[in-house]
Design a protein around this ligand. Structure first.
Ligand code: B12
Length: 219
């Protein structure tokens, strides 16, 4: 129904145009488009297309950065609306979230945090390029139920394993569940490193967090 708007959103990411991306986000809210649908049908496909073009050598690092700025601009408009969907629900559990050491990608991880918060989780986002010991220290401090670790580079996936090891050293496993995600991460990798679960996107991350804590699916 809103295909034209979604197409314009995809294009604003490909063009690396932050002002246009945020303008479209505002317009979509005015049209009554669900912010999550705008992200999933509009902006994320744009990021995926950018990733493919960069991988094929058809786009370069400055283009990648401009596209990520456009994505961040759109998210800045949509995030507060997503959070509102969470309302005043009781807290389902505490999640400590971050991207592994050496990895500065955080758009997807932020989206995971926003949706978890919108679904009633208390989320503490450590940001990107986070040392494994920092995950463990924060999990202890907040008495976290779940630690979520993002990695977007094949070279930083190993950091997810290091977080699990840091939690073990701190005596927090298996009480604290670990979920992992990020474009190069798979269910098989999650099993290999002894994580409790893998989420392919932000929606699955919410379902996974609920199932790890055995929380009933809320309507
Ligand atoms: C945007 C981007 C950047 C931005 C990041 C800006 C930022 N603040 O985040 C900038 C320009 C800075 C960047 C830099 C680099 N990038 Co980059 N980047 C991307 C790009 C195009 C999109 C990533 C993105 O935001 N996707 C959109 C979000 C919504 O999706 P997502 O991140 O996958 O997250 C979803 C799921 O994975 C999941 N998820 C994510 N985290 C978690 C965590 C948990 C717990 C769970 C359950 C789920 C989950 O849910 C999310 C929401 O649905 C990807 C290509 C791609 N398609 O992935 C390349 C890509 C990841 N980058 C790549 C590279 C090579 C780099 C650089 C090394 C480039 C360079 N030469 O310097 C640097 C790395 C610097 C560093 N040390 O980290 C490669 C990685 C190759 C590899 N396999 O290792 C990719 C795949 C591009 C390519 N095709 O070559 N990049």
């Amino acid at each position: 129904m809103h295909e034209e708007t979604f197409q314009a959103m995809r294009q604003s990411i490909l063009d690396g145009a932050p002002d246009h991306a945020s303008e479209l986000a505002r317009r979509s809210l005015a049209l009554g488009i669900n912010p999550l649908e705008a992200i999933n049908a509009g902006y994320v496909p744009g990021m995926n297309a950018v990733g493919k073009q960069y991988g094929r050598g058809q786009m370069f690092l400055p283009d990648l950065m401009a596209s990520s700025e456009a994505m961040t601009a759109a998210m800045a408009v949509l995030e507060p609306e997503l959070r509102k969907l969470g309302g005043q629900r009781p807290t389902l559990g505490t999640v400590v979230l971050g991207t592994t050491k050496g990895d500065i990608h955080e758009i997807g991880k932020k989206l995971v945090g926003t949706l978890l918060a919108a679904n009633g989780f208390r989320v503490h986002d450590l940001g990107a390029d986070v040392a494994s010991e920092t995950f463990a220290a924060k999990a202890r401090e907040l008495n976290a139920d779940i630690v979520g670790v993002s990695a977007l580079l094949t070279t930083t996936m190993e950091g997810q394993k290091k977080v699990i090891e840091a939690l073990e050293r701190a005596g927090l496993r298996p009480r604290v569940k670990v979920m992992v995600g990020g474009a190069p991460v798979s269910r098989q990798w999650a099993q290999e490193i002894g994580a409790d679960g893998y989420g392919k996107d932000a929606m699955s991350a919410v379902a996974l967090a609920k199932s790890l804590l055995q929380v009933e699916e809320l309507a």
